[in-house]
Design a protein around this ligand. Sequence first.
Ligand code: AKB
Length: 312
Amino acid sequence: MKRIIVTGALGQIGSELVRKLRIEYGKDNVLATDIREDKNHDGPFEVLDVLDALKMYEVAKKFKADTMIHLAALLSATAEIKPILAWELNMGGLLNALEVSKELNMQLFNPSSIAVFGPSTPKNDTPQETLQRPTTMYGVNKVAGELLCDYYHLRYGVDVRGLRFPGLISPGTPPGGGTTDYAVEIYHKAVNEGSYTSYIAEGTYMDMMYMPDALNAIVELMEADPAKLTVRNAYNVSAMSFDPSEIAAEIKKHIPHFEIKYDVDPVRQSIAESWPNNIDSSRAVADWGFNPKYDLKAMTIDMLDKIGGGIK
Ligand code: AKB
C-alpha cells in the first residue's frame, strides 16, 4: 500500500485529491500538508512550508512516505503580480521536493501546465514536444520545473511523473490566481446571480478539464508501469477547449435567463492569448491510457447540480 504525502493539500486540487487518495489507499496512508493550519482536518495533517527543506524531509521520513504529490505553487495571474515570490516558491518548492524524493527514494508527482507554451508555440493540436518559450513568470517556472524533473530522473533515477494541466474546473475549493479561473467563477455566478462578467474576451480558447478527470489522471499516471512512460517532464492532458461564449451557451440551456457580459482584464487576457487553443494529449493516451470522461455538456450538468442550480 502506498504512503503518500501531499503538499498544498488545502488548495483546489489538493482538497479533492486527498479525499480520493484516502478512499483508494486508506485514510492513514495519506498525509495532507499545507502552509496553513486546518484544525478540523479529517485525517493525518501537518503544517509544512515547502521552502523548509529540512522539515519537508523530516515530515516525509517520519510518515514513511514512498510517494509525494507536490501541489503547492502560485498560479499564473498571481505570478505576474508577484514574480519574485513566484520564482522562489515555484522553483524552491519543487527543488526541495525533488531533493527529498531523491534522498528518501520516493515517487514524485509534479503538476506542470499549458503555461509552458508561449506565443511561438503552434496554437492548435499543440504537440507534446514543441517550442516552449513562455512569456509569463509562471510559464518560465513550469518549463524550468519540467527540465529539473528530467534532470533528476536522468541523473539520479528519481521516479518523477507530471502532467501539463489545463484549467481545472470543480465545484468545491476555488482555484486562486489563475487565468482559467473564469471557467469556475461563471458557474457560481450563474447559479447565484444569473449573470457573469468575464475578464477573458469572447473568442479566446483555452484547454480545460473537470476535476474528477484530473484526479483520475494523477492516480493512473502514478500507478502506470514505468517502462511504458516515454515522458518524465510532463504529459499534455486536456479534455475540452472552449471560449467564454461557448460555456455561457451551455449554462443557458439550464438557466435560460443567464447572461454573460465582458470586462476584459488586459493582464489575464494577454496570458490567455499566449497559450494554446487546444493541446494534443495523444502521448498520454498511448503511454498510460489517459481517458477523460467529461466534456463541456456533462461537466456543466454536474457543476450546476453540485453548486445547487439544479437542472431545469
Ligand atoms: C492558471 O490559469 O494559472 C492555471 C493553469 C492553466 O496552470 N489554471
